[in-house]
Design a protein around this ligand. Structure first.
Ligand SMILES: NC(=O)c1ccc[n+]([C@@H]2O[C@H](COP(=O)([O-])OP(=O)(O)OC[C@H]3O[C@@H](n4cnc5c(N)ncnc54)[C@H](O)[C@@H]3O)[C@@H](O)[C@H]2O)c1
Length: 416
């Protein structure tokens, strides 16, 4: 497993796998490790665990590597992040300390709040891609690994819209050679991975693999990709609550969401341009679920606002507040308040695991290009051109399970 960005999420994920495989903790929140899959009719009830039903790579067979722009090893990063308690980190300290990040590909204009010290030097972005490709090959050789999967766990980059350089493989390659400013650091990792046939998922909201050139390359190299932005705290709750309210034809007038968090992610998101990337990713969700154009009386007048505030005392323990103004019978108004005291990296870590195992499985099953059935894991699912993303968690869950059923030759189940 290759992780560009060896920060809080990546190290919480790695430590969790190491603890789970020694039986010292449970991989809660991971569908591939804890979930089941019904195969066949309810009367027969054949419901094996997903691990039994599918030939997933086992936790014992995983090796970990990554890149970061700071030199600290995974143990030092995890201790600094303060997500896991010392007794957990002590139990896997030696293994974590052995995971040292490779030097990062870093152009500071895309993440302005960080001054990386552990960075590669390259004459051009094309050369940077070549260096990352060499890192991937060396990692595989050193670990005796047959294949790799990469999940972007790096910082959120500033907002970028796709430009001419993103429209075709040729344009992108020419842009790499010319150091085109529209090509960000994360795109360099993604391009290198696709070239090495390494499946790639984007856990952050930045423009990394969601443009025509990357889709074309993924298809050409027959590599599965997925993105973007892990669906964890507040947005996870939104995609649970909103479909429920809509299913009951309850109206919504306002949804105000704010977050306070104090980790490095929060610090990066304190830069308005990085926040914009996140804001765009968080805002689309409600509109796509509620379809105000189809239900103008219920959702036509919804005011939706999202804020993120950097607040160091909270560290990784993010607090999300939602105020929901809804209305019912005859337009009478009501409110729901949600105060989610969550832990960002604890919610994201199982997603890293599932995405890695499922993308690896997809690659072995011959699937390539955008894997929309993995939308379940993302705030801003990548869709086919001109299509609207599916955000309803339960529809996403059904799509995911049916794809897994298809992989084992079972019939899809479209109703419970
Ligand atoms: N935790 C969650 O619930 C959640 C949910 C959705 C998205 N995300 C996203 O996941 C990402 C990781 O979150 P985190 O809490 O681990 O953040 P973090 O700040 O702890 O870790 C990110 C790491 O990426 C490194 N980095 C930045 N640019 C890099 C580059 N070009 N190459 C290599 N490394 C680079 C940073 O030095 C840092 O160590 C963030 O983008 C965050 O927005 C997290």
């Amino acid at each position: 497993m290759l992780l560009p960005g060896l920060g809080a999420v990546a190290t919480t994920f790695i430590a969790g796998v190491l603890l789970s495989r020694r039986g010292l903790a449970r991989p809660v929140g991971s569908l591939t490790q804890m979930g089941t899959l019904r195969l066949g009719s309810r009367a027969d009830d054949p419901t094996p665990s997903i691990r039994e039903a599918l030939p997933l790579t086992t936790l014992d067979d995983l090796a970990f590597g990554g890149w970061d722009i700071f030199p600290e090893n995974a143990l030092e990063v995890a201790r600094d992040a303060g997500v896991l308690e010392p007794h957990h980190l002590d139990a896997v300290a030696e293994e974590l300390a052995r995971i040292e990040p490779m030097k990062g590909a870093f152009y500071p204009r895309y993440v302005r709040r960080l001054n990386g010290t552990h960075v590669k030097e390259a004459e051009s972005k094309a050369d940077m891609v070549a260096q990352i490709r060499e890192d991937i090959r060396r990692f595989l050789r050193e670990h005796g690994a047959e294949r790799a999967v990469a999940i972007w766990c790096g910082s959120t980059e500033v907002f970028l819209a796709p430009s001419a350089v993103h429209q075709s493989i040729e344009a992108f390659e020419a842009g790499l050679a010319k150091n085109d400013p529209s090509i960000s650091s994360s795109q360099i990792y993604a391009w290198a991975c696709l070239k090495e046939r390494v499946p790639f998922a984007n856990g952050a909201p930045n423009l990394t693999i969601d443009f025509p050139a990357a889709w074309q390359l993924a298809r050409e190299m027959r590599v599965p990709i997925a993105g973007k932005d892990f669906k964890t705290g507040q947005t996870l709750m939104k995609t649970i609550l909103a479909p429920g309210l809509k299913a009951r034809s309850l109206g919504l007038r306002g949804w105000f969401s704010t977050n306070i968090l104090g980790n490095r992610d929060g610090e990066v998101l304190d830069d308005p341009d990085s926040f914009k990337t996140k804001e765009v990713s968080k805002l689309g969700v409600l509109e796509d679920i509620l379809q105000p154009e189809r239900y103008p009386d219920l959702y036509g007048d919804l005011y939706h606002k999202v804020r993120i505030e950097f607040y160091p005392p909270h560290g990784d323990a993010k607090e999300g507040w939602d105020n929901i103004d809804l209305f019912g019978w005859l337009g009478y108004r009501m409110q729901i308040k949600v105060n989610f005291l969550c832990r960002d990296s604890i919610l994201a870590a199982p997603l890293v695991l599932d995405l890695a195992l499922l993308l690896d499985l997809a690659a072995r099953a011959g699937l390539h290009g955008n894997q929309e059935w993995l939308s379940f894991y993302f705030k801003s699912p990548m869709t086919g051109e001109g299509l609207q993303a599916e955000h309803d968690l339960f529809v996403q869950s059904m799509e995911l399970q049916n794809t897994l059923r298809q992989m084992v030759g079972a019939e899809p189940i479209v109703h419970p």
